[in-house]
Design a protein around this ligand. Structure first.
Ligand SMILES: C[S@@+](CC[C@H](N)C(=O)[O-])C[C@H]1O[C@@H](n2cnc3c(N)ncnc32)[C@H](O)[C@@H]1O
Length: 266
């Protein structure tokens, strides 16, 4: 995503409207054919998989076949490395340290994960994802980085109830570029359950595609939410929540919210 994705104009635009699509097509004619191809493929996958997780899993299978790095949103290997480094640096600046236990929701092919695994003690990184294909790619990243001795957990999931994980276990829960691909029901499910697996002083950071206009989605792949919607959802589940201003300075394009069981200090 371009660095100016959070410019005031972009924050108000509704990418689902015909006028937006027509204007975008005029400005970027080379993108029309790939978009039409993608829209056709997605329509077919949505017909085969009416539930969102099944559908998105099929999208990931198709994208991962072409390139696991592109499937998690990085057009080049350098970009893949930089995006992972950005996630890692941010959490380390916010106190992630060896001895902590971390749950990485939608861990993908370990773009950030391989750095977290290297930083944490053996067995303390837990990555979950809905896509078996991307988890196979994650194992490849793990092997390439020589991190076998760190024995991370990499687990497939079908929902975000986190019911197979213990109470008060994780110091840090993280979901990077996951809620940007999730309908509100899935985010609500996650927020309803994440408090149970967090330690009392732990926190859950997630990024989201922010809009200051109408909430909308494109191809049921990309979802745009208002900050206050997500803050209210978290608070409705008894969590403390806040918008992370210091993330906005990073060239990422998505915004970040932190939630926790206790009032947030860091
Ligand atoms: C854009 S990629 C980001 C991957 C990783 N967090 C990173 O930053 O490299 C989104 C990942 O989230 C996974 N995902 C999407 N929806 C999910 C859900 N409801 N539960 C768990 N994983 C999900 C996808 O399969 C994909 O691997």
């Amino acid at each position: 995503m371009p660095a100016d994705a959070t410019s005031p104009k972009k924050l108000r635009s509704n990418r689902a409207t015909l006028t937006h699509k027509a204007g975008y097509a005029l400005r970027h004619p080379a993108k029309v054919v790939p978009y039409v191809r993608r829209a056709g493929r997605d329509a077919w996958l949505r017909m085969k998989h009416p539930d969102h997780v099944g559908y998105y899993r099929a999208v990931m299978a198709s994208d991962t076949r072409r390139s696991p790095e592109a499937a998690v949103g990085s057009r080049t290997h350098d970009r893949w490395l930089a995006l992972g480094e950005m996630q890692f640096d941010y959490l380390v600046e916010h106190g992630l340290r060896p001895g902590h236990r971390m749950l990485d929701i939608g861990c993908g092919n370990l773009r950030g994960g391989w750095r977290f695994i290297g930083h944490l003690d053996p067995g303390d990184y837990y990555g979950i994802d809905i896509s078996p294909d991307i988890l196979v790619a994650a194992k490849r990243t793990l092997t390439e980085r020589g991190l076998q001795d760190k024995l991370p957990h990499l687990t497939i999931t079908g929902d975000l109830t986190l019911d197979f994980l213990p109470d008060a276990h994780f110091d840090v829960v993280h979901a990077h570029s996951v809620f940007s691909h999730s309908p509100i029901e899935l985010i609500d499910q996650c927020l309803a359950h994440v408090g149970r697996v967090l330690t009392p002083s732990g926190f859950f950071d997630f990024t989201f595609d922010r809009t200051e206009g109408t909430e909308h989605q494109v191809l049921r792949e990309d979802f745009y939410y208002r900050t206050e919607t997500l803050l209210a959802l978290a608070e409705g589940h008894g969590l403390h929540a806040r918008f992370m201003d210091d993330w906005e300075t990073r060239p990422h394009g998505q915004s970040k919210i932190r939630v926790g069981r206790a009032p947030l200090t860091g």
